[in-house]
Design a protein around this ligand. Sequence first.
Ligand SMILES: [Zn+2]
Ligand SMILES: [Zn+2]
Length: 337
Amino acid sequence: MFAAVIHGPGDVRYEERPDPVIVEPTDAVVRTVAACVCGSDLWRYRGIAPVPRPTPIGHEYCGVVEAVGDAVTTVKPGDFVVGGFLHSDNTCPVCRKGAHANCLHGGGYAGCQAEKIRIPNADGTLVATPSMPDDDLIPSILTLSDVMCTGWHAAVSARVGPGTSVAVVGDGAVGLCAVLAAAQLGASTVIAMSRHEERQKVALAFGASHIVAERGDAGSTAVRELTEGIGADCVLECVGTESARAQAIGCVRDGGNLGLVGLPHGDLPVNDLFWRNVGIKGGPAHCRAYLPQLLELVLARTINPGLVFDLELPLAAIGEAYAAMDQRRAIKSLVRP
Ligand SMILES: [Zn+2]
Ligand SMILES: [Zn+2]
């Protein structure tokens, strides 16, 4: 089979690799229908995170089960499935609390931008659709592998609920999905912070009530003006850089909550947040916990998070899929084998 392999900064190749096989009785092998490039893949592509040796890459996928191990009972060959960016057993004490990203027996994958993938813990990771989904639903289903669940996690972590005011920092795919999540969870004010016209359009389609294009102090001031002068009840931080975190802290009201899902770079001023009674929660999304509910919303066409994909390429063009996101020519690239 063929798969994407990262060799170093700016160098992702389409290469022949051994076909994955069932190793553990709890494994499944999935034939990929669609995969995509994640903002977090760009850390290595940009040389910010090291690439010590050529490494298969990618962690977002959906596809059709090709084979299962003897112990797998919930999915079978022929099922269309999606799983989160981390696998989990869905049975350990941590999973039973709904914290699947921290499963005692979970972990990551060895490259999902590939024609086929081995999925460990298949029963506790994969969710099958009732039947083969319509092709136009594939992009939205694929977002459940990461960005839609991650945006949802930001909103849940910041306690977004009916009537709350929400500001979203970051207009990448996760930030846009966080806007969608906030609107779905009943927020009455949803402020998307973005200065890119195309991304503003997606945010409005996802339910943003306001767009703030300013950044820094001017951005925080604009958010306060929309929230009775005090700042948003919930701020969803979907970037992770120090400046994005500072922006989130500047936009949240005293006694409000931050939902952090951007990969963290730099420290938080915890003492300042203590005196302001600001709550902090977040981390990698518990995809498996959110998947059944979000999959139902996608299949019912209630939500359309697939709008975050504005570029679709064959898997063989994986290098261009990365370059387009790196150069911000695309919000998010979908690839099909
Ligand atoms: Zn991802
Ligand atoms: Zn577990």
